[in-house]
Write a new protein. Sequence first.
Length: 201
Amino acid sequence: MIKIEPFYPNSFESNSYLLINKNECVLVDPSLYNKVIKNYLDQYNFLGILITHGHYDHFMQVEAILKDYPNVKIYLHSKCYEKMKNPNLSYSYELGCLSPIIVNDDNLVYLDNKKELNISTFNFILHYLPGHTNCSIGYEIDKSIFSGDVIFKNGIGRYDLPTASYKALIESIRALSHLDKDILIYPGHEEPFTVNQIFKR
């Protein structure tokens, strides 16, 4: 059974999630990195970072984490990394960061066109969820899905940013509505909710 430790919010009100299974852990959306999180990463075998999409508030602590864990793998869509290298696409310039985020190729694992992701004891089903960005991925595991900024308890993700599409976002939301009604959606902002709470099936 996967244990989920949520961390929220920081000054940009973005959520990070630590997933723990036995003596291993992965981190979803490193918008936060503090002593509490580092203690967890040191306590367990830290296997990787999963990024839901390429906006700065969801990967802003990647470089800081890599300084402490230089060999950790980063799992993401290739178009996500394109945004990380371009402040105009990642929206980082609006959040006070004008520098690109550059990561060693050896750390990167691209998930384009993949349906599953198996990292040791973590077995994810992957959902490509474009609309808020063209690189959004949902990570489903153990009746939970980490969906980034596709949908929230009180609204939907923005579709006025670079590479966004309202039509694609609606299709992605529709795809989430077809998941099991008891699946818990962990969004990039705000609190988690079940599929049934939002879609009232």
